[in-house]
Design a protein. Structure first.
Length: 86
């Protein structure tokens, strides 16, 4: 399963697996919240928000059918914000 994280800093990161998601979260998440989020996403939730204070990271499941469209959108976002090569 592929995921897309929209980090609290506005950056979007495509993740190949759940371990990659956990490595790219920018807010504090307790171990039990990580387990709950994974279980809810596996059960059918499309997105999960990790919230800490005034910051949050949103994790979305990527639909394999729409993955090319999402990759094109990410490319546009990165080039618009000047994030290429960072």
């Amino acid at each position: 399963m592929k995921y897309l994280i929209t980090q609290s800093n506005g950056r979007s990161v495509q993740c190949e697996n759940w371990d990659s998601v956990l490595n790219n979260i920018t807010v504090y998440v307790s171990p039990s919240d990580k387990v709950q989020a994974k279980a809810m996403l596996d059960a059918g939730c499309a997105t999960w928000d990790f919230v800490y204070g005034f910051n949050h990271d949103r994790v979305s499941k990527l639909d394999p059918v729409n993955s090319a469209e999402i990759e094109a959108h990410l490319y546009q976002l990165q080039h618009r914000k000047g994030m290429v090569g960072q």
